[in-house]
Write a protein that binds this ligand. Structure first.
Ligand SMILES: Nc1ncnc2c1ncn2[C@@H]1O[C@H](COP(=O)(O)OP(=O)(O)O)[C@@H](O)[C@H]1O
Ligand SMILES: [Mg+2]
Length: 390
């Protein structure tokens, strides 16, 4: 028998990982333009070659049409016949059916070995799943794949949440950094048309609440504490000068002490000249005695470090250990790293007026006018190498 070759793209690591999923059912959240649909096509092509019967679902007919064209061009050498832009049958016994989810009543039990649902979160409801479920349960060895970017706290979010800890399902979540073709330039170009919350949803593949806030409100219920512990295992200070951007920005100084896997923060959010600010930092350093003081040094702010050390020399005091941090990358990416710590209650803030303000900035991020506090907290976590609680 003649050998037939089909040319395929080399998959990325995350795509390989999803392809070799150990459970019959899988849900994939990934960034816009990350490579979800290409991966779905690969699955459909493998199914065709192996003689399986597969259903491809997409939100609209146009979307299925595009995939019909692409798949059929790839598997051309083994195509036996096609039907109305809706079905591909191969000499290997494979069948690939395309349907849109707009009319779930038409998606009836057809005995599919595999159902692939692309852009699942963008369907108006999960009704198609209800129609398909009986066949998938009855067919021995049948599989289901749902791939999508999130679309807020909608029905798909509920669907996802119910399956995260279900042993029959595997859930995957990959942000743009996993897809090498999404270079910084491309991400920047995509980002230009997005709000901060859209960026989190579309590029970081994160669920955003309707209100637009990044973090769940309940994370903040028990965040403020009446007093700081007496002793700490680690002690650090961070300073976000926030100059040169918006006039409305605050300067944020924070002390962070670690005790039993909890980070306790005392913060000052102020608007003052650098001289007064440096004195305030010095006062805080004298009362908390941190191992290091971290200064954000992007833009021209680095120059302040020498003014700060001069203050110590003039007072005849030993200069504390200073670390300059150039906060790289997008603010949303950095701040979103705080989520696991917040979810596990590992961040506590001293209940002062500035502490309350800082917690407010974090609760409303990225909608709040100011975000100096969340940025400063990220600096503390990075410089302490503070670990997530298991
Ligand atoms: N493994 C890969 N190798 C090379 N290019 C890829 C790979 N995966 C995806 N791409 C390319 O990335 C772009 C977006 O892929 P696509 O699957 O349409 O993304 P999504 O469905 O997540 O929006 C396409 O141009 C696609 O060819
Ligand atoms: Mg796609």
């Amino acid at each position: 028998m003649a050998k037939i070759q089909i040319a395929l793209d080399e998959l990325y690591d995350w795509q390989e990982q999803v392809l070799s999923c150990p459970t019959p059912n899988r849900l994939l959240l990934a960034s816009r333009r990350g490579g979800k649909t290409l991966l779905c096509r690969r699955m459909a092509i493998e199914d065709l070659v192996r003689g399986r019967k597969t259903l491809w679902l997409a939100p609209t007919f146009d979307q299925t049409l595009e995939q019909f064209r692409q798949v059929q061009a790839t598997v051309q050498p083994i195509v036996k016949f096609k039907r109305q832009n809706k079905e591909i049958h191969t000499h290997t016994g494979g069948e690939l059916w395309f349907k849109s989810v707009t009319d779930p009543s038409r998606i009836r039990s057809q005995g599919f070995d595999h159902v692939i649902w692309d852009e699942m979160a963008h369907a108006k409801s999960m009704d198609a799943w209800t129609s398909l479920r009986p066949t998938l349960v009855e067919m021995e060895g049948s599989r289901f794949t749902g791939a999508t970017t999130p679309a807020g706290f909608n029905h798909f979010k509920d669907f996802w949440d119910e399956r995260v800890d279900n042993p029959d399902w595997t859930t995957y979540q990959f942000d743009y950094t996993h897809s090498p073709h999404l270079t910084p330039e491309k991400v920047e170009a995509l980002r230009r048309d997005m709000t901060a919350s859209e960026f989190i949803q579309e590029m970081l593949a994160g669920f955003i609440q309707k209100s637009g806030a990044l973090f769940k409100p309940e994370y903040f219920d028990e965040m403020l504490v009446g007093k700081m512990p007496e002793t700490f295992q680690r002690r650090m200070m961070a300073v976000d000068l926030s100059l040169g951007r918006l006039k409305s920005d605050y300067q944020c100084i924070g002390f962070g002490g670690v005790l039993d896997q909890v980070l306790y923060i005392d913060t000052k959010l102020v608007k003052m000249d650098l001289d007064a600010l440096n004195r305030l930092i010095m006062n805080m350093a004298e009362s908390y005695n941190p191992e290091r003081i971290c200064f954000e040094t992007n833009f021209w702010m680095g120059g302040n470090v020498s003014a700060f050390t001069r203050l110590y020399k003039e007072a005849g005091k030993p200069v504390p250990v200073i670390r300059e941090i150039d906060s790289q990358g997008h603010k949303e990416t950095r701040v979103s790293r705080l989520a696991p710590y917040l979810a596990r209650g590992q961040i506590k803030v001293l209940d002062t007026r500035d502490g309350q303000r800082g917690v407010g900035q974090m609760r409303d991020f990225p909608l709040a006018k100011n975000d100096d506090f969340p940025d400063m907290v990220d600096m503390l976590i990075q410089s302490l190498n503070f670990q997530k609680r298991a």
